[in-house]
Structure formats: structure tokens, C-alpha cells
Design a protein around this ligand. Structure first.
Ligand code: NAD
Length: 258
């Protein structure tokens, strides 16, 4: 059955791959992302990124967009309201919006630490809380949180990001138990390394696609980075696997096996 899927951070990168996979599987998609990218150490999406995604994915099925800032409670509530107004219900929430910053903790700025936790952690709480009533009204509801393999193992220079992703997995497990009596499943998707803005504009900024792929051949057991379509396939699986809840599924080419 066709379900209505709301995807935060859905205008580009992994979120857009997830949107495409749900559309290809016959579902209805609301892309929710920033209307104004604001100040960060690399550019985030903006209204034009969302418009482009909707126009390019529109031939695959029913897709629309709504501006959201997942750090703002009223904005999260509005995104849910707009989804219900447009499509009449909400069955699947994908908490995918995220930001990264890296560096040794001695030089790591407090505002960057706060922003990472506001988007990557508090954003899950605010969006899930805003969507809960609508999800409870669905007879086939699921929440998917985009965590990371960085939520299973620490890395030097990534304490804020890893900490936020460990938190995302802890929240996933807790909500899976809390929502199980209501039949709402909650799972985490843990991407390995996907060549999005996070890598090209921050973690390996200034290095080209060839250098990125070259580095991944040694870093990843399967010898290649993951694609946004891999994340889309995994998200559709998690949304439709009716006896699976509380898992943190690594899609990482063997980089992480727990
Ligand atoms: P990306 O920067 O392309 O996508 C992140 C999206 O989140 C952007 O569209 C951005 O505009 C949006 N966003 C940021 N702050 C927001 C806010 N306050 N409100 C609403 N939207 C906001 O990067 P990506 O790699 O596609 O990241 C998607 C998710 O995947 C993130 O949660 C990230 O941590 C996770 N992830 C990425 C990788 C990777 O290798 N790229 C690996 C593991 C996990």
C-alpha cells in the first residue's frame, strides 16, 4: 500500500536518495529541508535545492516540499501540518537532517558543538514529537533515524558528531520500546561513507572526486563508497520490514559490522 513519507534533509544527498527510493517503490513523499541555508562551515540546502529536487523527482510520483528547521519546534509542527494538509496522513517519518563539523576538542567551538547536537539529536526529538499523533493515526507507521557508523565507533576529531550519532541510536532504541505497544516501529539507518556535501565540502574539502574514491578503496572493505541509492533501498526496507524495530542497520561496505 502506498504510504506518505516525510523526509527531513530530503532536498539533497542521502535524504534525496531516500526520497527517490520511496517514490520508485510507489510511495508519496514530502521533502522537508531548510528554506534558507543559514551560516555553517559548508553550504546547506535552501529553497532552490528543494524546488530542484521536487521538479526532478516529480516524474516518479507524488512529491512536494515544505520548509523546516528541525531545531525549531513550531517549524516541525508546521511541516507535519502541511503534510497532513497536502496528503491527508503521515505514515513514515525519516529524521535524516544532519550537520557535521570536525576538529580537536581544544579548538572546537562551543557554537558548533551546540549546533551539531541541536540538529542531529534535538531535531529527532522535536520532529518525532510533532509527528506522533499523525503516526499513531496510521495503521502502518515507522520512524527511521539517519544515524551513522560514527554512532557505533568513535573517531579522533569527531567527538561532537560521533556523540550525536551515538545519541541518535540510543534514542532509536528507547523510542522503539516506547512506541512498540502502539505498533510504531523505530529503526536507525547507519550510512558508511557517501560522497555528499559532508565529505566533499567539509571532511575532504578541496580534494576531488578521484581522490575521494581512491581513499575509499583502502578504507572500505568492499572497496567503494556507498551511494545515496544504497541508503534509499535500506530506508524502504526498514519502513516495510514489519517485524523489525530498534535496529541500527549499517550500510557501510563492511566498515562496521556490529
Ligand atoms: P547533506 O549535507 O547533503 O544533507 C544534510 C541535509 O540536512 C541538507 O539538505 C541540509 O540542508 C539539511 N539540514 C541541515 N540542518 C537542518 C535543519 N536545521 N533543519 C532541516 N534540515 C537541515 O549530507 P548527507 O550526507 O546527505 O547527510 C544526511 C544524513 O546522513 C545526516 O544525518 C548525516 O549525518 C548522515 N550521514 C552521512 C554520511 C555520509 O557519508 N555522507 C555518513 C553517515 C551518516
Amino acid at each position: 500500500m502506498s504510504r506518505v513519507v516525510l523526509i527531513t534533509g530530503g532536498a539533497r544527498g542521502i535524504g534525496r536518495g531516500i526520497a527517490e527510493a520511496f517514490l520508485r517503490a510507489g510511495h508519496i513523499v514530502m521533502i522537508a529541508d531548510l528554506a534558507d541555508s543559514g551560516a555553517w562551515n559548508y553550504n546547506l540546502a535552501d529553497r532552490s535545492t528543494m524546488d530542484e529536487a521536487v521538479s526532478q523527482l516529480g516524474n516518479l510520483g507524488d512529491v512536494a516540499s515544505v520548509p523546516v528547521d528541525v531545531t525549531d519546534s513550531a517549524s516541525c509542527q508546521n511541516a507535519v501540518k502541511e503534510t497532513l494538509g497536502r496528503f491527508g496522513r503521515l505514515d513514515v517519518l525519516v529524521n535524516n537532517a544532519g550537520v557535521v563539523a570536525s576538529g580537536p576538542i581544544s579548538q572546537f567551538e562551543e557554537k558548533d558543538w551546540d549546533r551539531i547536537f541541536d540538529v542531529n539529536v534535538k531535531g529527532i526529538y522535536l520532529m518525532t514529537r510533532a509527528a506522533l499523533k499523525a503516526l499513531s493515526d496510521s495503521n502502518d507507521a515507522a520512524v527511521i533515524n539517519t544515524a551513522s557508523i560514527a554512532g557505533k565507533k568513535g573517531s579522533a576529531g569527531l567527538s561532537a558528531y560521533c556523540g550525536s550519532k551515538f545519541a541518535a541510536i540510543g534514542i532509536t532504541q528507547s523510542l522503539a520500546l516506547e512506541f512498540a505497544p502502539a505498533g510504531i516501529r523505530v529503526n536507525a539507518l547507519c550510512p558508511g561513507i557517501v560522497g555528499t556535501a559532508m565529505w566533499h565540502d567539509h571532511l575532504m574539502a578541496g580534494q576531488g572526486e578521484a581522490q575521494f574514491r581512491e581513499r575509499m578503496t583502502t578504507l572500505i572493505p568492499l572497496g567503494r563508497p556507498q551511494e545515496t541509492s544504497d541508503m534509499g533501498d535500506a530506508a524502504v526496507y526498514l519502513a516495510t520490514a514489519h517485524n523489525v524495530t530498534g535496529v541500527a542497520l549499517s550500510v557501510a561496505g563492511g566498515m562496521e559490522m556490529n
